[in-house]
Ligand binder design. Sequence first.
Ligand code: 4AD
Ligand code: MG
Length: 498
Amino acid sequence: MTTIRELSNHVDETVTLKGWIYNSRSGKGLHFLEVRDGSGLCQCVVSEADVTEKVFEDAGALTQESSLEVTGKVVKDDRSVGGYELHVSDLKVVQIAEDYPITPKDHGVEFLMNNRHLWLRSQRQWAAMQIRNTIQFSIHQFFQNEGFIQMDAPVFTGNAAEGTTTLFETDYFEEKAYLTQSGQLYAEAMAMAHGKVYTFGPTFRAEKSKTRRHLTEFWMIEPEMAYYDLDMNMELAEQMLKFIVKSVLDKHQTELEILERDTTYLKNAVENRFKVISYTDAVEQLKSEETANMLDQMEEDRKKERTELKEEKTTIEKEKGSAKKWRKAQIDQRIKEIHTRLDQIEEDLRNIPVWKKSAAEFEWGRDFGGSDETILTMQYDTPVMVHRYPAEVKAFYMKRDPENEKLALALDILAPEGYGEIVGGSQREDEIDLLKERIAEHDLPEEAFDWYLDLRKFGSVPHSGYGLGLERTVAWICGLDHVRETIPFPRMLGRLRP
Ligand code: 4AD
Ligand code: MG
């Protein structure tokens, strides 16, 4: 058995592929089978002249997602998906699939989500999962190369690390336990034993909001380093993201093309230093005339584009009446594209006034909302590292800025193109008395943090870390507009199955 990915090593040889029918069509004396095998997609041409009558008949009866073994000669063909074709000599049907529910026509998202177990076979979903895997692997590579060890934090915990409003409570033998929101506190303990560690595990938040950025179960990577200050933390996070993005660009041109991902921003993230800005400067930027003007300009551009697209649509619709069959299909395709773009434009036009208001009225001390992050990142062509947030909007464990008590030594990294926060981190409070004060201020029970406070009693050192949200990172790198497509089986408000 050969895989489609390896076909380039087998040109002019006869090989056998084992896979499924992705799509098929028939012409005179020919069947064209688009076969996928998990590693890629390959067109297999069955010619009546080259095979037995039975094989030709079987090939014609193959429905979408039927499974098969197919043997033939590998031929280089630049017009073909993947660059190679199989000229079939033999074929064995494994199973005929009847009425596969996901057809090449358009389906609504709810329908696709209900059929997630099958939707995963579609090209775009396949490409996203391939990239997710590379992102995961490259994260391990990066940290292992840098001398970190991976640690596994518990999933059942007695502590709230990231606020008490998003805890999933479970019954732990008549005791209350929570599903972990973050492995950080445990990573801090391990960092005092090993210097540099990272967690890579599932985390849970009872997020009641239905947004394109929120899951209730998501994967987080949390490095924690002894003797690191905020600057060192920021440098590490930037190098890590560069490494991840570069790994994807190096390995996944085909997948990025399937996703129709414009890679300009990804290349920028690898090649250029990230924009670094303090929270306070970011607020100023948000409220500036420059931002207001940018949004006005954007509104104007969108309106102009809308007019142009509508004109184009009218023109080609007129042409369609008398067009040839192939041209009609082309026109239908273009009209579909125009509708998609028009929907986006309408959404932007609804959003822009909201963004404008939110930006202009933003007050120092608040946390950034999704729209504020969108506006901020629109103004730079790399990810944006925002540091030193007001302590009040951040977690209890963050160290205050020695130069300004109101600020926490915090760091968020915002991904460009409207993706927003993918990393949240900080330098940690290392003085026991201050930490106790913070725990009280946040109304957290001190008993639950006994062991955590021990870390400040026995050889406390400056230390820092951050959390990278895997699904948001996948969404950004793949250019997906919702995190539900970044994980095989997403869990979010209203979605527990399949
Ligand atoms: O900013 P957060 O809440 O930070 C922490 O949990 C810290 N303990 C991390 C640390 O310093 N070790 O979460 C970190 C990242 C966010 O930037 C975001 O990418 C992701 O986790 N995240 C979510 N992703 C999907 N769905 C959600 N509901 C998420 N909440 C956070
Ligand atoms: Mg955060």
